[in-house]
Design a binder for this molecule. Structure first.
Ligand code: GDP
Ligand code: IMO
Ligand code: MG
Length: 422
């Protein structure tokens, strides 16, 4: 059975941990979109690994990991990540990591343009990770991007970089920012791509062969549904399709290759960056930050925290075709006496059961809550679903009923072993 793992909220739902858990029974793990704006945390054997571009299956021996065509790759960042993870004792050989020759690359100037754009937006900034993701995808869609395959023709790459540098410098100079020289960019990028070349190949036939021969594939989503360029809280979104459809366009595998969609959500809601967050709650944020939780894996920023929002989850389950839910961080709510669940938004006197499209409506959305008793019991040592307190199981049942999908996995701690199958 082949499975998409997709985030149902604003990212950081614990996808990395769930992918890692499911990798045990998989052969191939594939990333299909996003870039190193992602930060996926896996804790195994007491060791913490943070992965940005590498699929989480890299931590397992004898699994194939693929970075698909839909991902934007910062070659310098990926080389650094490979070195860091190898430094943690994980071997990353060319047969263990395959990179699509059709993947576009993030240039150093994309990161500067990302930062410049954010600075220019001032208080209206998106709150991006400043990894150059938006500008790199913009070049891709604008048909002036660079793909890894292009490096077979160095002259073409040099010309294209010169062209991109000239355009970027105009913008950067307008903002009094440091400009680039084509030579420096070429030196940096060519060196990094050279290092990656043993991994670069046409991944489409590799994935099709794995599928046709009955191997088990896992599609590791990055970001979350509300950050999707189409379905998210536009413009406060990322620049890719983070939802289930991205798994096909970003890998070249067709929809019929996929049988299961595991939607990952936290037992509450978090968000980094700007944009609407109707159930955001300062008290819950302070509480979780006080426990040392909810600091971003990529940027270290504190994440805003709020109550479970089933308006978001309802739409996320629809657009992704979620067949199973994985609810992580249940333990974060262990000591709360009373828990709120948002079941709808009141906007100008009208009850909304699905997120609105209009951005001004988001700003006026008042959550409609129901409350449930907390369990006020430490769940982190629970070894099975049956071990969970009755009130915790009731909370999960209510979540499932409101979202229209069954809960199949529950996270009660960050470690690989703290995942319970229902
Ligand atoms: P991802 O981007 O979706 O892979 O999620 P991140 O790794 O960015 O953020 C999730 C955070 O929650 C990380 O710090 C994980 O170690 C942690 N985590 C995941 N599942 C659980 C859980 O069930 N309980 C606890 N306490 N932490 C968890
Ligand atoms: P994972 O895979 C949480 C957010 C940024 C910002 C918006 C746009 O770890 O869940 P971008 O740099 O993509 O242009 O930023 O998207 N964002 C994430 N938030 N988790 C992520 O990834 C994110 N990737 C991007 O904070 O609001
Ligand atoms: Mg993350």
């Amino acid at each position: 059975m082949n499975t998409i793992i997709v985030g149902l909220q604003w990212g950081d739902e614990g996808k990395g941990k769930i992918v890692d858990y499911l990798t045990e029974s998989a052969d191939v793990v594939v990333r299909s979109q996003g870039g190193n704006n992602a930060g996926h945390t896996v804790i195994a054997g007491g060791v913490k690994y943070v992965l940005h571009l590498l699929p989480s299956g890299i931590l397992w021996d004898s699994k194939t990991n693929v970075i698909g065509n839909g991902v934007v790759i910062d070659p310098v960042g990926l080389c650094q990540e490979i070195a860091r993870i190898e430094g943690q004792g994980v071997a990353i050989t060319p047969d263990k990591l395959l990179i699509s020759d059709r993947a576009h690359i993030v240039l150093p100037l994309h990161k500067e343009l990302d930062a410049a754009r954010e600075a220019a937006l001032g208080e209206h900034k998106i709150g991006t990770t400043k990894r150059g993701i938006g500008p790199a995808y913009a070049d891709k869609v604008n048909r002036c991007g660079l793909r890894l395959a292009d490096f077979g023709d160095p002259e073409f790459v040099r010309n294209r970089i010169a062209h991109r540098v000239a355009e970027a410098n105009e913008v950067l100079a307008r903002h009094n920012l440091t400009t680039f020289t084509s030579e420096a960019v070429c030196d940096e990028v060519f060196a990094a791509v050279e290092r990656l070349l043993p991994h670069v190949t046409n991944t489409i036939p590799v994935l099709h062969k794995a599928w046709r021969s009955g191997e088990t594939l896992l599609f590791e989503g990055a970001q979350g549904t509300l950050l999707d360029i189409d379905f998210g809280t536009y413009p406060f979104v990322t620049s890719s399709n983070t939802t289930a459809g991205g798994a096909c366009t970003g890998t070249g595998l067709p929809p019929m290759a996929i049988q299961r969609v595991v939607g990952v959500c936290k037992a509450y809601t978090t968000r980094v960056g700007s944009g609407p967050f109707p159930t955001g709650d300062e008290g819950l944020s302070d509480y979780l930050h006080g426990l040392g939780r909810e600091f971003g894996a990529t940027t270290g920023r504190p994440r805003g925290c709020g109550w479970l929002d089933t308006v978001l989850l309802r739409m996320a389950c629809m657009v992704n075709g979620v067949t199973h839910l994985a609810v992580t961080n249940l333990d974060g709510l262990d000591q709360y006496a009373e828990l709120k669940i948002c079941t709808g938004y009141q906007i100008d006197g009208i009850l909304h059961k699905l997120p609105p499209a209009r951005r001004d409506l988001w700003d006026r959305a008042t959550p409609v809550y129901e409350t449930m008793p907390g369990w006020q019991t430490d769940t982190t040592a629970c070894a099975s679903y049956a071990d969970l307190p009755a009130a915790a199981r009731a909370y999960l049942d209510r979540l499932a009923a409101l979202c229209g999908a069954p809960v199949a996995f529950v996270g009660v701690g960050p470690d690989r072993v703290q995942t319970l199958a229902v």
